[in-house]
Structures are given as structure tokens and as C-alpha cells.
Ligand binder design. Structure first.
Ligand code: PMP
Length: 434
């Protein structure tokens, strides 16, 4: 038997890098087996160390909305690299990227560029606390906002109690101001505001929660959340690291603005697509709030590589493509075709299956209907998901190796790629039935 180069690399990696990976979900812990080490990628595909090709539905967990190695993005990055990697001084491209973001998000008047979603979410929360002079924050169970200490928290035993750390190394005092509520639960939200409203700096939410695979905040829930935040002077922070410029050009906030006239979040956190695969993220909001940031205001925030010239070139070139009028309708159609095809294949095989999508982001569950919150998501059949994952992987289709992660379609995925994926899924669904 030929040697498995993925396994060889995994063994080398495990000797030096904890778990063999630099971000936990890459390790295949939830599904078992050997992670694929990527040798190169092009368009909708990547090739692993053995030379095997996969249709890629992770796309670096969201950023690669144009697929890999888009020629105009590549050209922009190569040009920027020859001009200099990093200066620690301002550049024109930072303004251009800020202009581009502000143009498409009416809620954002000013932005600050940073290097990761974690940094952006952490800084937005510091800003919300600084701007309101309050300490408490609300987050929702199942939403992920990066790994800042105060956000690594799970629900306490009751409403009156604040959360418990979900990671060792986070002292309980650090999460004592973080209240964790159930997603889509209006009654709990009202109760929390009634008790803590005057102390709340902000509520942070993934409007379409990609870290629960794909769970939408319901329109009534979002409407009430907006009302309560306004009424109590708490800032509504939309974490659109995943959904930003991915579910629509106007991001998830534009999807809610269609259902709730005049709807806007206060702060918006962005990442992934705006960097096109380079380390770049951002947070933004109204001028009066953003001007609380250093060097103008008292809220400190900084970064050696913030607004990096190669990353901004990559982000700008990516945004240039996705702002073409036909881009999102075509991407949404493709994603919908994938979801419809998967639903039909599962139904034909008699496998319980529910799926949803928006723009270029999708999610599915081995459940009879779409879950509305984290406990319902966790009712998914994990061993069955593992079989589906490996069945697809064996057939050259790479989806997220964990059942609580969303999937991503790029403009490089062809109708044939989608058809091949649906065909592969059909085969695996039939094997799941027996
Ligand atoms: N917020 C959301 C909604 C995310 O999905 C992620 C990462 N998947 C983050 C924040 C953290 O971003 P990063 O991994 O770039 O730190």
C-alpha cells in the first residue's frame, strides 16, 4: 500500500504542534481519521499531500468566496507584496477598504481594521463598554465570537447567575459580567433586560449563527432584541465575521433590514471575506461611538499588522469582484441548488435532513427540522454525521469536520461540482439508511 503522506505529516506535526494543528477543529477530533494536509488549491478544489483532489466547501472557513487563486486577486496581492509587506505607517489602501465597507453597510460610518475576528470582536466589546460606561454583556449559547477571555463562557445554572468559563485559564472573575442566554428565546431576553438592562453595555450576536452550523435569529427575536437594546441604552453588536459580505453584499444586517424596516445594529464586527483569505478583520459603527477609540478617545486598541498592505490589497480585490451586480444572485442560486439537491437526495434515501442557506453560506442537520437553538442543534446524530463526513471525503467532497460548522460555496464552484456533490451525498445517504 502506498504511504499516506497526510498521516506522515500529521505525525510530524503532532510532535511539534499541540494536536498537530494550529486551530482545533482542523484536527478531525469530532469525526476521527487523519486530517488532510493541503498541498495547494485552485478554484473550488484543493489537493492534499497524497495528491488527492477535493471539492472544498470550507473555503478557509468562509473567506474564499471567489474560490482559490482568483487571477485578479492574485495579481493584486503579488503587486502589493513587491511594494512592501508591512510598514507600521498608514497607507491609501486602508482608506479604500474602509470606504468600500462603509459604502455597503449603512450602519457603519467609521471602521477600524485589525488582523483577526477574535481581535475585532474583543475590541468591539471593549468599545461598547467604554462608550456606555457599563460592564455587563449578553451573548448567546452556541454563538462564537473568537477566543477573548470574556467570551469563552457558557450559561450558568439560572438567569440570575452569570456564566462559567468554557476554557481552562479563564478565571471566573473574567466572565462574571457575561450573561449567556438561549438563542431565539424572547422570554429569557426580556427577563434579562428587566433584571440587568441598566448595566448592559452590549448584546453580541451572530445574526445567522454559523457556529451552530446554520441557525437564523428569528425576525420576532431580532426585532425585540433591537427594541430592548434601544430602550435600555445597550449597544447591539452584530458579529458578522462569518456572514459579512458572505450572505449578501449588505451582510446579514441587510437581510434583517428587509424584514424589519429601518433595522440597523449599533456595532458590526467583520472578518473572513473582507480579507479574501489574508489576516484581516474590522469593526465599525456610528462616528460618535468609533471616535471613542484611541488616539481620539479613551478606549485603547492597536496592532502592529493592522491594515496590513498585502491583506488590504487582497481584501479590496476580493470586494471588487463580489460587488459586481450579478455576483450575489449567481452565488445564491448555486448555493440554493446545492441545498435543494442535498434535501432531495436525503429524502429519496429516507434520511432525516433539514438544510438552509443565505447567499454563499449553507448549513444542514441530520434532523427532521431546522433547530432554533444550541440544545436542539446538539440533538444531531454525531456518529451518523461522522459517517456522512467520511463518506463524502472518500468521494472527494470536503465539508466541515464537525456538525456545528457552516459550509461555504464560492463563485468557482461549477454546476458540475454541485451535481457531483449531490450525487456523492446520495450514495452516502443510501448507505446511512442501512
Ligand atoms: N466571530 C465569528 C462569528 C466567527 O465565526 C469567528 C471565527 N470562525 C470569529 C469571530 C473569530 O475569528 P478569527 O478566527 O479570525 O479570530
Amino acid at each position: 500500500m502506498a504511504t499516506d503522506k497526510n498521516l506522515e505529516l500529521f505525525e510530524r506535526a503532532r510532535a511539534l504542534i499541540p494536536g498537530g494543528v494550529n486551530s482545533p477543529v482542523r484536527a478531525f477530533r469530532a469525526v476521527g481519521g487523519t486530517p488532510r494536509f493541503v498541498a495547494r488549491a485552485q478554484g473550488a478544489y484543493f489537493w492534499d499531500a497524497n495528491g488527492d483532489r477535493y471539492i472544498d466547501y470550507i473555503g478557509s472557513w468562509g473567506p474564499m468566496i471567489l474560490g482559490h487563486g482568483h487571477p485578479r486577486v492574485l495579481e493584486a496581492v503579488q503587486k502589493a507584496a513587491t511594494e512592501g509587506f508591512s510598514f507600521g505607517a498608514p497607507t491609501e489602501r486602508e482608506i479604500e477598504l474602509a470606504e468600500e465597507i462603509v459604502k455597503h453597510l449603512p450602519a457603519v460610518e467609521m471602521v477600524r481594521l485589525v488582523s483577526s475576528g477574535t481581535e475585532a470582536a474583543m475590541s468591539a466589546i471593549r468599545l461598547a463598554r467604554g462608550a456606555t460606561g457599563r460592564s455587563h454583556i449578553i451573548k448567546f449559547e452556541g454563538c462564537y465570537h473568537g477566543h477573548a477571555d470574556a467570551l469563552l463562557v457558557k450559561a450558568g445554572s439560572g438567569l440570575a447567575t452569570f456564566g462559567h468559563p468554557t476554557s481552562a485559564g479563564v478565571p471566573p472573575e473574567v466572565v462574571q459580567h457575561t450573561l449567556v442566554l438561549e438563542y431565539n428565546n424572547v422570554a429569557l431576553l426580556e427577563e434579562a433586560f428587566a433584571t440587568h438592562g441598566a448595566d448592559l453595555a452590549c448584546v453580541v450576536i451572530e445574526p445567522i449563527a454559523g457556529n451552530m452550523n446554520f441557525v437564523r435569529a428569528s425576525v420576532p427575536f431580532m426585532r425585540r432584541l433591537r427594541e430592548l437594546c434601544t430602550q435600555h441604552g445597550a449597544l447591539l453588536v452584530f458579529d458578522e465575521v462569518m456572514t459579512g459580505f458572505r450572505v449578501a453584499l449588505g451582510s446579514a444586517q441587510s437581510v434583517y433590514a428587509k424584514a424589519i424596516p429601518g433595522f440597523k445594529p449599533d456595532l458590526t464586527v467583520l472578518g473572513k471575506v473582507i480579507g479574501g483569505g489574508m489576516p484581516l478583520a474590522a469593526f465599525g459603527g456610528p462616528r460618535a461611538v468609533m471616535e471613542q477609540l484611541a488616539p481620539l478617545g479613551p478606549v485603547y486598541q492597536a496592532g502592529t499588522l493592522s491594515g496590513n498592505p498585502v491583506a488590504t490589497a487582497c481584501g479590496l480585490a476580493t470586494l471588487k469582484e463580489i460587488t459586481q451586480p450579478s455576483f450575489f444572485p449567481a452565488l445564491a442560486k448555486k448555493t440554493q441548488a446545492l441545498v435543494d439537491g442535498l434535501k432531495a437526495a436525503a429524502s429519496e434515501a429516507g434520511v432525516p435532513f433539514a438544510a438552509d442557506c443565505e447567499g454563499g453560506m449553507f448549513g444542514f442537520f441530520l434532523l427532521p427540522e431546522l433547530p432554533q437553538n444550541y440544545p436542539a442543534v446538539m440533538k444531531s446524530d454525531a456518529p451518523r454525521f461522522g459517517k456522512l463526513f467520511h463518506g463524502l471525503l472518500d468521494r472527494g467532497v470536503y465539508i466541515a469536520p464537525a456538525l456545528y460548522e457552516a459550509g461555504f460555496v464560492s463563485s468557482a464552484h461549477s454546476d458540475e461540482d454541485i451535481a457531483r456533490t449531490v450525487e456523492a451525498a446520495g450514495e452516502v445517504f443510501r448507505s446511512l439508511r442501512t
